[in-house]
Unconditional design. Structure first.
Length: 138
């Protein structure tokens, strides 16, 4: 899959400024994750894409805030694990970013780095799960 976009999540609120994720989920810090953002007053959850050649940012997917449950980075792990040179003995799997998904109670909406998308219905056992995301927040 040839990347055409860098992706990030965006949350729009009724009485406070919008919050944005890091492009391609590049931060390792919890405070930069979608999970860390309080969802009170959320009116819209989006996936934004920045086109790699045109540098224009646009909304590639949006859902009403009351439907948003969580988000998920979609990665493909490469076959061979590698030893991290910085931390002795730690094994890390190299991965390639494939996309970003917004998940409602019943569906998973995915946007891929090539700009295409997909929708999948969640199985019954993946519905009505209580998530830390809706009780935590900074």
């Amino acid at each position: 899959m040839k990347p055409s976009y860098r992706l990030r999540w965006r949350f729009d609120f009724v009485n406070s400024p919008s919050k944005f994720g890091c492009w391609n989920g590049s931060s390792p810090h919890f405070s930069d994750s979608a999970t860390s953002v309080k969802k009170e007053g959320l009116v819209r959850a989006c996936i934004e894409g920045e086109h790699l050649q045109q540098y224009a940012t646009k909304v590639l997917l949006e859902m009403p805030g009351h439907e948003y449950k969580t988000s998920q980075w979609i990665r493909r792990c490469n076959a061979a694990p590698v030893l991290s040179p910085k931390i002795n003995g730690e094994i890390k799997l190299q991965s390639e970013l494939m996309g970003l998904a917004l998940i409602s109670e019943t569906h998973k909406y995915t946007v891929y780095v090539d700009g295409t998308g997909s929708v999948h219905e969640l199985p019954i056992e993946r519905r009505n799960i209580k998530l830390l995301e809706h009780t935590a927040g900074s």
